[in-house]
Design a protein around this ligand. Structure first.
Ligand SMILES: [Zn+2]
Length: 314
């Protein structure tokens, strides 16, 4: 087991994009500031998609500018295409993640492109980044890596082929996402082991949805293969448009608690995270939230604060 791990907060992107209401920019900034104060050092603040498609994330550029004022905060954004990537490069974010769907059917439905066309777009994004003289990290995120609601089965070999193609096209990092919550720990261990053999340390992150309650078990399985970075959403917000009522990502506070219990340092103060959860829950009053730790709080045997020094950005 690793001694340290990083939780990348994606609630402001993956979470908020699936909630109809638009959270005011000032509240998002307060969220980012409090997450940073609680020790979170990687936050995906939004997505450079057209505002008419996702009005919830229309203030992404402003949030990047704000987030970059917080010391030591590594700021990432999602970009669906070259146009979004150009805006991301201008924004000054540290990392852009380009989603690719390993499921052909899901890719056509969501991105209106085949997976291989997305790979070609990643090559164009890499060229644009290099031409701009930017040193922003380019991550290719392979989604629906464990199956999808439209196509059903997604072959492991296809996931690995696309991952290699992303690296060949110029992605600096790759990650694997269980977009619809079809993964189980045994499959996670198998696929992440193979992906790590292929990509080494360039396999950057695991993204698990808790749709069917296996989110943390899947994180545990991925940890065993040496992956040390995981996406999570505060209060487990988010969901799946094809599965009404489905829960979203692994919840940040539950993941922080699991890692803390296991002695894996994340640098996150869980008490502060729980306070932030309560604040965000107030802003999202009426929305369905998830997560478990907030109901019972921390056990008496555990302190909520971990010394910063223990934490290493890998
Ligand atoms: Zn997701």
């Amino acid at each position: 087991m690793p001694r340290e791990a990083t939780i990348r907060e994606v609630g402001l992107r993956d979470g908020l994009q699936s909630i109809a209401r638009v959270l005011p920019t000032a509240q998002k900034m307060a969220w980012i500031r409090a997450a940073h104060a609680a020790g979170q050092r990687e936050i995906e603040v939004g997505s450079f998609v057209p505002a008419r498609l996702l009005p919830q994330l229309a203030d992404t550029a402003e949030l990047v500018t704000f987030a970059k004022t917080l010391p030591g905060l590594f700021v990432s954004v999602l970009v669906p295409n070259l146009k979004g990537a150009e805006r991301a490069i201008d924004s000054g974010a540290d990392l852009m993640i380009v989603p690719l769907s390993a499921s052909h059917a899901h890719s056509l439905a969501n991105l209106r492109r085949t997976p291989d066309e997305v790979v070609q777009e990643v090559a164009r994004i890499r060229a644009a980044r290099d031409a701009a003289g930017s040193n922003m990290i380019l991550e290719g995120g392979v989604g629906t890596a464990f199956g999808c609601t439209l196509q059903g089965e997604v072959e492991e070999g296809e996931v690995l082929r696309l991952m290699q193609a992303l690296l060949d096209a110029g992605a600096d990092r790759v990650s694997l996402a269980d977009t619809v919550g079809y993964a189980d720990p045994a499959r996670v261990q198998r696929l992440f082991s193979k992906a790590r053999a292929l990509a080494g340390d360039r396999l950057w992150c695991g993204h698990f949805h808790d749709t069917r309650g296996l989110g943390l078990a899947n994180v545990y399985a991925a940890l065993q293969t040496g992956v040390t970075r995981f996406d999570a959403c505060l209060a487990g917000i988010g969901g799946c448009p094809h599965a009404p009522g489905a829960s979203g990502n692994v919840s940040t506070e539950d993941l922080a608690y699991m890692l803390r219990s296991m002695g894996i340092a994340t640098g996150v103060d869980i008490a502060q995270l729980l306070a932030l959860r309560q604040q965000v829950a107030g802003w999202l009053d009426g929305e369905t939230l998830h997560g478990t730790l907030w109901k019972a709080g921390l056990p008496k045997t555990l302190t909520c604060v971990q010394p910063r020094g223990e934490r290493v950005l890998s």
